[in-house]
Design a protein around this ligand. Structure first.
Ligand SMILES: Nc1ncnc2c1ncn2[C@@H]1O[C@H](COP(=O)(O)OP(=O)(O)OP(=O)(O)O)[C@@H](O)[C@H]1O
Ligand SMILES: [Mg+2]
Length: 337
């Protein structure tokens, strides 16, 4: 049985750019899928196709069992969307923004008001609730936009980079909100550029690059493919790089040590965590190798990319997406018949 979100062979081109180049997805009900990828990978385009804001050139997708191209209005009634760029009405207060969403969804005025107050509190916007949104900081807008997506509790939610631009405290709090939502049975597709975020929230992760899913699995599976944890050592004296590498090789899985001459940095994939770190320090010390820094590092999106594609995620930035507003209104209309 197809999941709450299901896509097969989604293709979307913009001129020469194949923003989606045959994407397949399946998100079982009540689970979280993390769409992880660098700038320009196609994450927003995928979200926009699945939320009926863009019509795919080909392929097929259903959300809550409903075809997104054939029945966009029905799909819209089953979903909540928090876009990459906060969509709040600048001239309304935070409270009015939330009440308006409730009323759009046919909530009674009193219920919409109560829900708005509850969400302002939950997203730490109560003090600013009666100020117009144009006076809000970036992080406050982001939070207001997410609150707006939660006014009604739709069975399927889409969040496009929900925590980009939030400070660590607000990010952690949003993660808690998301986990509560999912515990309540919501199915969620979220996009992110951070492996850590996908790791924390998602049951399954799809890594996208150039409009294609290049890997899928749980965070642990992806990290294992990347070599899991690694020990990084910066030796004090460049002359010690070779002997340091020899020592690290003995601790490494398979022994591949990466040496960066200019930063005097040695890196090796390991298993065994902090205990191993202490052993490495002892061994380096015993051989008289002075170090400037040592640490245990978990793989980043960059490491995942490097190992999957042979290139770093940063190289993609030249393809950076333009503002969403660039879309021709025609595209939106096509789907709302
Ligand atoms: N409306 C558009 N017109 C032209 N090209 C577009 C449009 N929307 C997206 N693209 C292109 O499609 C590709 C995928 O863009 P998309 O916005 O889906 O990437 P993304 O993964 O969301 O990136 P980011 O992390 O920067 O948000 C990019 O090369 C982008 O320039
Ligand atoms: Mg995007």
């Amino acid at each position: 049985m197809p999941g709450a979100i299901h896509a097969e062979g989604l293709v979307k081109t913009f001129g020469d750019v194949r923003a989606l180049d045959g994407v397949d997805l399946d998100v079982p009900e009540g689970t979280v899928l993390g769409l992880l990828g660098p700038n320009g990978a196609g994450k927003t385009t995928a979200v926009r196709c699945l939320t009926t804001l863009l019509r795919p050139d080909s392929g097929h997708a259903t959300v809550a069992g409903i075809d997104v191209v054939k029945h966009p209005n029905q799909v819209r009634r089953s979903i909540g969307l928090s876009g990459q760029f906060a969509a709040v009405d600048e001239y309304l207060t935070g409270r009015e923004n939330l009440q308006m969403v409730g009323e759009l969804y046919q909530m009674k005025a009193k219920a919409a008001k109560a829900r708005a107050a509850e969400l302002l509190e939950r997203f730490h916007l109560a003090d600013a609730g009666d100020r117009t949104a144009k006076t809000y900081s970036g992080g406050m807008r982001r939070r207001l936009d997410l609150a707006a997506a939660l006014v009604v509790s739709p069975p399927v939610m889409f969040m496009d980079e929900p925590t980009t631009g939030l400070d660590p405290r607000n990010r952690q709090e949003l993660w808690d909100v998301i986990q509560e939502l999912v515990a309540g049975g919501t199915t969620l597709l979220l996009t992110t550029q951070y492996l850590e975020e996908a790791d924390h929230l998602a049951h399954d992760i799809c890594v996208v690059d150039h409009g294609r899913v290049i890997a899928r699995g749980t965070a642990d599976e992806l990290k294992a493919r990347t070599g899991g944890e690694r020990v990084e050592v910066v030796v004090h004296d460049r002359a010690h790089l070779a002997s340091g590498a020899e020592i690290l090789a003995a601790f490494g899985k398979g022994g591949q040590v990466t040496t960066e001459q200019h930063t005097r940095r040695l890196t090796v994939p390991v298993t065994g965590g902090a205990k191993l770190l202490a052993e490495v320090i002892r061994e380096l010390d015993a051989r008289g190798i002075e170090i400037d820094d040592i640490g245990l590092r978990r793989p980043t999106l960059d490491d995942v990319f490097l190992s999957l594609t042979g290139h770093r995620a940063e190289e993609e930035k030249k393809d950076e997406a333009g503002p969403e507003a660039e879309d021709s209104p025609k595209d939106t209309k096509e789907t709302s018949k």
